[in-house]
Design a protein around this ligand. Structure first.
Ligand code: FE2
Length: 445
């Protein structure tokens, strides 16, 4: 029997839910950082082989910062059917969708005053308390038809969330807009010929992007005992669509692109009336020969430039580093950004050895390396003040230290001092496994 590499090292789950108050701070935490740094990832409560990294039960980690202090750290399972059964905990209330146990393991966000653990491919959002305890499964007050996504995009001007959802039984993708009241206010079904895995979207001022790429639902994989039913079908082809944000399915403009897979855009924006630019991490293929995790091929920052007048698209590689988990200053989401940040990715070592910062205007890039045996996770940008310039702020990440088998939260300067030593670190009482995504949720007001 083989053991998945996604159950070893810092991919392995942690067993305990911990709570710690008034944590040690090394250096100085900016007093402007008032809120919660939240992260989530797969943390199987009872791993079953064959194990797929995407399928583990969710665990959310949170660090509460206030007035220069690290007020608390908590990690909590997101209570799905497996978790409550394994732990003997009470059933979680709320509606259901999909055939799974409603595992939510991919992103954790705040919207309309509530915290949600979210996932794609059919599962409903799971509402959490501010202290990360599971409250209920949510269909957003009865307005969300079917499952959600791990990557809604918040328009910084309107505060609304734009999302693309999918489910294996559907013959369409759903483009969904969620208002600031937390309810779906606009929904469009866009037909697709197969069942593509659609992990993310991007928005511009006028459009949302649809990724119809050749990683396709294939039930024969499950029948054959496989762990995950989405695999590479190059004959399907690849296309990206632009749907007007208030438009209908008939308004979608599709652009055929060379076969690839995209989990994560960095950002998208418009230049003039006839050009849309998308920067994203391009994988050559996904779940072709390697089926247990996203380690196939070379993920690199790539730009697609869509010519709306001519109907053509140009694809160009922007850098040759292997990266994932691209982030940017979300105050410029959907509008032209100058900077991006990402985790460098060692596909062979199953590791994330450094962070990279891109200056897309000058074409320069630089790295922050935390030292040997230390691995940063996805970095989250927090502006110094609400109206500070782009890139004027901090990057928050969790760094895993292999020798200590422990993690710490790290605050880096994002601007000109990127690459310098952290300005603050907060040793955590446990380990934050390599997971997926997180966000900083500032205190309201
Ligand atoms: Fe993601």
């Amino acid at each position: 029997m083989t053991t998945s590499p996604y159950l070893e090292g810092n991919f392995a789950p942690v067993a305990e839910e911990l709570t710690a108050h008034d944590l040690e701070v090394r250096g100085e935490l900016p007093r402007e950082l008032n809120g919660r740094l939240l992260r989530i990832g797969p943390n199987p409560v009872a791993p079953v082989e064959p194990y797929h990294w995407f399928s583990g039960n969710g665990m959310v980690h949170g660090l509460r910062l206030r007035d220069g202090r690290a007020e608390w750290y908590r990690n909590r399972f997101v209570r799905d059917d497996d978790v409550v059964a394994a732990k003997g905990w009470p059933e979680v209330p709320g509606p259901r969708h999909g055939i799974g146990g409603n595992t939510a393991n991919t992103n954790v966000i705040s919207h309309a005053g509530k915290t949600f653990a979210i996932v794609e491919a059919g599962g409903l959002p799971v509402e959490l308390t501010d202290d990360l305890e599971t409250v209920c499964r949510s269909d957003l007050g009865g307005t969300l038809q079917g499952g959600f996504t791990a990557h809604p995009k918040r328009d910084p001007k309107t505060g609304e969330l734009h999302a693309v959802t999918y489910y294996f039984e559907w013959d369409h993708l759903k483009y969904v807009v969620i208002g600031t009241d937390g309810k779906v206010r606009h929904q469009v079904e866009v037909p697709v010929p197969g069942g593509p895995m659609v992990h993310d979207t991007a928005i511009t001022e006028r459009f949302a992007l649809l990724f119809d790429l050749p990683c396709i639902f294939d039930f024969s994989i499950i029948e054959a005992g496989g762990s995950f039913p989405y695999v590479w079908h190059p004959e399907y082809g690849a296309r990206m669509g632009l749907i007007p944000r208030e438009g209908q399915a008939s308004d979608v403009r599709w652009f055929e692109v060379p076969n690839c897979y995209v989990f994560h855009p960095l950002n998208a924006y418009e230049v003039g009336d006839d050009t849309v630019v998308l920067d994203a991490v391009r994988h050559e293929r996904m779940f072709d020969q390697e089926r247990d995790g996203p380690t196939e091929g070379k993920p690199v920052l790539t730009r697609w430039t869509f010519d709306l007048a001519g109907g053509s698209v140009k694809e160009e590689q922007l850098d040759d580093r292997l990266i994932e988990f691209p982030r940017h200053d979300e105050r410029v989401l959907g509008r032209k950004n100058r900077y991006g940040y990402a985790a460098c990715y060692d596909t062979k070592g199953f590791d994330f050895p450094s962070l990279v910062k891109y200056d897309l205007e000058s074409g320069k890039s630089s790295e922050w390396n935390p030292g040997p045996g230390r691995s940063p996770l996805e970095a989250v940008f927090v502006p110094r003040t609400p109206d500070a310039a782009e890139d004027d702020g901090w990057l928050l990440t969790c760094v895993y230290d292999k020798a200590e088998d422990r993690s710490e939260m790290v605050v880096l300067e994002a601007g000109a001092a990127f690459g310098d030593e952290p300005i603050a670190t907060v040793p955590l009482p446990g380990r934050v496994p390599f997971g997926f995504h997180g966000n900083f949720v500032p205190d309201e007001g």
